[in-house]
Every structure is written in structure tokens, then in C-alpha cells.
Design a protein around this ligand. Structure first.
Ligand code: ADP
Ligand code: MG
Ligand code: MG
Ligand code: MG
Length: 394
């Protein structure tokens, strides 16, 4: 058994679970490392007698894929555990159940989701979204309403803000999402056919102004608790007893920030899936994927409208609600745009595009969509100025 604070290996995990009282004394189990993320280690442990499994996630004091030469505070596991507790409170159906939090090892133990698959992989294999965007929009809506000025008292919001301080990962977001993709930087890469378009985007002052505004919004606009990394790699999907199951995992980037960040990251990855389907000549699937903008937005706003009659601050009026949701929509488009750029011209590309026979044309489509979302946000409003997610699909 490794000492407290030491990074767990698969061979340590069963003993670790025994030491935490999470499995039956004297029992044995089989452990495998399942983590495929960039940052952390995830192990799944299944008892040899066939009982229910458990998953252990640990943050090593470095970035997993880069190793000890890339130190990063393991506190991120505790940020994640706290965020999961808030998510479980307001959106229990879409949140993995956490059974143990271990601040000494920067680890926590949760329900085994191995019967589910990661949404991005499923989409790459040609799956449809099904119920997923409704459930994700519902989760974002419930959590953000409950932690916003409408859903939480000033004292509760101050406590949440203090408990959600996440400077290390906020800096990662500012760097990898909100600056580097828009600069010449050694981390970046893009398909060779995009070289001129990417250079033009980076040289465009209007683009720089919009991304500056998004950076400022991310840094200062403490609207509600957001997941912070809600792309299709942070959603697990499947079916249990014939019922669609959706779980949002991995909120280690959680901050009190602009609500449009989560909606935008998810939307961007739906649009990337659409670009993939389109490149594979499946226009119908592409349209369905792009239509997730409307599904997501409808579920998100439904959760806000459901919470609204019980808002904690009765002073807030419907006019403000309309204006606020319109502002969230503008942010959604903006954050979707930067995510699209990051995935074709930044550090972390999307497997959905990279596994195409030729990622070039689809990546060019994604880059053009990003520019439209960023610079022409007014086009995504209806005649009365209201958010119009149907335009995104068009
Ligand atoms: P990272 O922070 O490193 O990105 P994630 O939380 O995204 O870590 O988890 C990485 C991978 O581990 C997921 O893509 C998924 O395949 C697997 N995984 C995560 N949580 C569970 C779980 N509770 N049960 C089973 N597999 C999981
Ligand atoms: Mg992850
Ligand atoms: Mg799996
Ligand atoms: Mg993560």
C-alpha cells in the first residue's frame, strides 16, 4: 500500500478501497486503469465475487499525459469533488454518485460508469444524440439557476464563490481556450490546408475584440457555477433497462463564471460532430447533430423557467430574465466559437475530425462556422431579438 499522498497505481487500488472502508473486509477485486483524459488517473475496481464496481479518480501533482515534468496542483480533484456535490444536489439524475472524498490523496471514489460510453467516441462511431442534449441542457439549467442571483441568496452565493476558487484551471482555460488558439504559439497545430484561414483569423482585429470580451467575461462574470469543461468527452451515455442514461463527468474546471461557457462548449462539439457527419455524406445525421442547438437551449431555458416562480429574489422581473437569457445566448455562441477554433487550430484537436479520411475540408467548415458565431451573433436572433437556436442548424 502506497503512503498517503502518493500516487495510486492499479495494484494499490483494491487495498486503498479496503483502507477507506469502501469494500468488504477481506474481499478481493480486479482493477484496471480506464483514464483516457489528459489530466488525471481513473481506475475501475470490480469485486471478484461479482458485486458492484467502483471508480477511483486521482489527480497526480502533474498533468497525466505530460508526466512529472509538467506539475499541476492536485487540488483540482477537490474542486471536482465539491462541484460534483453541488451538481448532485441540483441535477442528481445526470451526476455520478460520489461515495468517498479523500483530501489527503486528492482522490475520490464514485459509481462505476463502465456500462456507459463517452459521448465523443459514440458520436465518432456514428451514434445519434438521442436524449443527451435534453439532459445536458437540463443539468446546466438546474445547476446555473440554483447557483445564480435568481436561485441562491447573497450569502449562499458568497459561500459558493469562496468554495469554488479554481485559479490553476481558470488559467488553463484562459490559455488553451481563450488566448493561444488566437496567437502564433508552439502548442498550436492546424491542418495544412487551413494555414491561410487560420492566419487571417488571428490577424482579424474584430476577432481579437470578441475573444477579448469573452476572456473578460470568463474572468469577471460570476453568474453561476459552471462545469468549465463540458465538451463531448465529459459526457457519458448509455442505456439501463431500456432507459437512456446520461452522466456529466469531470468538472475539475468548475468555476463561478459565465453560464454560456458550458452551453457553448457542448454546442461546439455537437457542431463538430455535425461537420464529421457531413464530411461522411450523411446530411440527415449532420442536420440532426446541428439541431442539438435547439434541443440544448430549449432544455436549458425550461429549467430556468421552471425555477423562476420560486426565485429567491422576488425583485427580479421577467424583463430582466429575458435580457439575461439573451445575454447567455450571446455568450453561448461566443464560447462555442472559441471552442471550435481551439479544436481545429489549437492544442487539443477533436478525434471526430482527426479520424476522418481527410480532416481538412471538415476543419475548414468548422473554422468558418466559428467566425460566423463570433462576429455575426445578431444573425442568431429572431425578429423580436430573441435567441433563435434554429439559425445555428441552418
Ligand atoms: P480527466 O480529468 O483526466 O479528463 P475524466 O474524468 O474525464 O478524467 O475521466 C477519464 C476517462 O475515464 C473518461 O473518459 C471515462 O472513459 C473514464 N471514466 C471516468 N469516470 C468514470 C467512471 N465513474 N466509471 C467508469 N469510467 C470512468
Ligand atoms: Mg476528461
Ligand atoms: Mg467505458
Ligand atoms: Mg478533466
Amino acid at each position: 500500500m502506497a503512503d498517503a499522498g502518493v500516487v495510486l497505481e492499479a495494484a494499490d487500488v483494491w487495498e486503498y478501497l479496503l483502507s477507506r472502508g469502501l469494500v468488504a473486509p477481506g474481499s478481493s477485486g480486479t482493477v484496471r486503469e480506464v483514464g483516457d483524459g489528459n489530466m488525471n488517473r481513473v481506475f475501475v475496481a470490480v469485486p471478484d465475487d461479482g458485486g458492484t464496481g467502483l471508480a477511483v479518480k486521482q489527480a497526480p501533482p502533474w498533468i497525466r499525459v505530460l508526466g512529472p515534468s509538467a506539475p499541476m496542483s492536485p487540488e483540482r480533484a477537490m474542486v471536482e469533488a465539491r462541484a460534483l456535490a453541488t451538481f448532485a444536489r441540483f441535477a442528481p439524475e445526470q451526476t455520478p454518485v460520489v461515495v468517498d472524498v479523500d483530501p489527503e490523496r486528492f482522490a475520490f471514489t464514485m459509481e462505476d460508469l463502465s456500462d456507459l460510453v463517452v459521448l465523443r467516441g459514440a458520436l465518432t462511431r456514428g451514434a445519434r444524440f438521442g436524449d443527451t442534449s435534453t439532459q445536458v441542457g437540463d443539468l446546466i439549467g438546474r445547476v446555473t439557476f440554483a447557483t445564480s442571483v435568481a436561485g441562491a441568496s447573497a450569502a449562499d452565493r458568497a459561500a459558493l464563490l469562496a468554495a469554488s476558487v479554481n485559479p490553476v484551471l481558470a488559467e488553463v482555460t484562459e490559455q488553451y481556450l481563450l488566448s493561444e488558439p488566437f496567437l502564433e504559439h508552439e502548442h498550436n497545430s492546424a491542418h495544412p490546408s487551413l494555414t491561410d484561414d487560420v492566419a487571417a483569423l488571428r490577424a482579424d482585429r474584430a476577432v481579437r475584440t470578441e475573444v477579448s470580451a469573452l476572456r473578460a467575461a470568463f474572468a469577471t462574470r460570476a453568474e453561476a457555477l459552471v462545469h468549465g469543461d463540458l465538451h463531448s468527452g465529459s459526457v457519458m451515455v448509455g442505456e439501463r433497462d431500456g432507459v437512456a442514461v446520461v452522466r456529466v463527468i469531470d468538472p475539475e474546471f468548475a468555476v463561478v463564471g459565465p453560464i454560456g461557457l458550458d452551453l457553448g462548449l457542448y454546442l461546439a462539439n455537437a457542431l463538430i460532430a455535425a461537420a464529421r457527419a457531413s464530411a461522411l455524406d450523411d446530411g440527415e445525421l449532420a442536420a440532426e447533430h446541428a439541431g442539438q442547438a435547439r434541443v440544448l437551449w430549449t432544455a436549458f431555458t425550461a429549467a430556468w423557467h421552471a425555477g423562476w416562480p420560486d426565485r429567491v429574489d422576488g425583485f427580479l422581473d421577467e424583463g430582466w430574465l429575458r435580457r439575461h437569457l439573451a445575454s447567455v445566448w450571446d455568450d453561448t455562441l461566443g464560447f462555442a466559437a472559441v471552442e471550435l477554433v481551439r479544436r481545429v487550430a489549437g492544442y487539443s484537436h477533436a478525434e471526430d475530425l482527426e479520424t476522418l479520411p481527410d480532416p481538412g475540408p471538415a476543419s475548414a467548415v468548422v473554422l468558418r462556422a466559428a467566425r460566423a458565431l463570433l462576429l455575426d451573433r445578431g444573425a442568431f436572433r429572431g425578429p423580436g431579438g430573441e435567441p433563435d437556436p434554429a439559425v445555428v442548424a441552418a
